[in-house]
Design a protein around this ligand. Structure first.
Ligand code: GDP
Length: 322
């Protein structure tokens, strides 16, 4: 694919640069000949429409990557519906609208694989969007993300701007949230396996039946795909970003236990929800452009555990109650 949006000399605003995805984007963009623009939360609250408009007008980036979002695992999504729906709707609408007012040339909106119906065909093609009911445990977040991608399409339709959307699968890696009440499955299992290793505990609790299947992508691979799409992708339709492979939660748990080097066996907790049975993305649209991930799941987990150890020991991650 041609590089239709050359990053050379461009000012790229990464919204949400402190998050796992945003920080991976900042690392990835550092190897491009562009200027990375970020703003601290204490300086700009993305929930403040007037503030976002003013900031965008003052800084006038050439491109925006919308990586700021309220995110969380299955329990957090289910417990805080207002936070997931309201905050995401407002923040993304403020950023997209302010970008348009300030004549931003290219915008990449990031969503999630949970925009698809609970019982979508597997692997899930992009056109499965809005063909059936959503998975109830994360519908609040999903509805906000669907609204965001539709808003980008609406701006394209009405004003002819080059705003595109990518829908990544479950991401993990450096900078993830290791808090057991709000995290996704990989950081949760890694943390639990680490604690089991440290204390000599013989079991590791895995929520649900262990049978749901999930696809995972290392966040550095995701950031690489996002930068590639920012440079090359120009179409109206959103693009799935994934590895194209999935595993059961039970298989994932054994791999994490082995990577961490814990001697614990898995104990299922059926009182916790499974969520959607499977959400493997159809990544043929992305792979047709020649892009491929670099990390295998095992190597990605090893790299993430090394990061976890360094930052726990370095004191950046404070482990609260397990
Ligand atoms: P989801 O992909 O939106 O369902 O989000 P999660 O990453 O939170 O959960 C994925 C799957 O892993 C679900 O079936 C969870 O029940 C399962 N799971 C197993 N153990 C855990 C855990 O300790 N924490 C989380 N968040 N999920 C777990």
């Amino acid at each position: 694919m041609d590089q239709t949006f050359d990053l050379k000399g461009k000012r790229i605003f990464v919204a949400g640069h402190r998050g796992m995805v945003g920080s991976a984007l900042v690392r990835r963009l550092a190897s491009e000949d562009c200027e990375i623009v970020t703003v601290a939360r204490s300086e700009l609250d993305l929930l403040d429409q007037a503030g976002v408009r003013r900031w965008m007008e003052d800084h006038r980036p050439d491109a925006v990557i919308m990586a700021a979002a309220k995110v969380g695992g299955i329990m957090a999504n289910d417990s805080y519906p207002v936070d997931f729906l309201y905050e995401n709707l407002v923040v993304q609408t403020n950023v997209i609208e302010a970008a348009f007012r300030s004549e931003v040339q290219k915008l990449l909106f990031l969503g999630s694989s949970c925009i698809y119906p609970k019982l979508a065909p597997q692997p899930i093609p992009e056109d499965a969007l809005l063909t059936g009911p959503l998975e109830p445990t994360n519908e609040w977040y999903a509805v906000a993300k669907i609204a965001g991608l539709k808003l980008c399409q609406a701006y394209r339709r009405q004003y002819g701007v080059n705003y595109i959307s990518a829908m990544p699968t479950n991401l993990y890696g450096p900078g993830d949230n290791f808090d057991l009440g709000s995290s996704h499955v990989i950081p949760a299992l890694m943390r639990k396996a680490h604690e089991a290793k440290r204390t000599g505990q013989k079991t590791l609790q895995v929520w649900g039946s262990g049978r749901p299947m999930r696809e995972f992508l290392h966040v550095d691979d995701a950031a690489d795909a996002f930068v590639w799409l920012l440079k090359t992708y120009v179409d109206d339709g959103h693009v799935n970003v994934g590895s194209g492979e999935d595993v059961t939660i039970a298989e994932l748990a054994s791999t994490v236990v082995s990577v961490v080097g814990a001697a614990a066996s898995i104990e299922l907790d059926p009182t916790k929800p499974d969520g959607t049975p499977r959400k493997l993305m159809d990544v043929s649209r992305l792979f047709a452009t020649g892009w491929r991930p670099a990390y295998s799941l095992r190597r990605g987990l090893e790299q993430t555990y090394a990061w976890f150890l360094e930052h726990v020991e370095g004191g950046d991650i404070r482990l609260g109650p397990a």
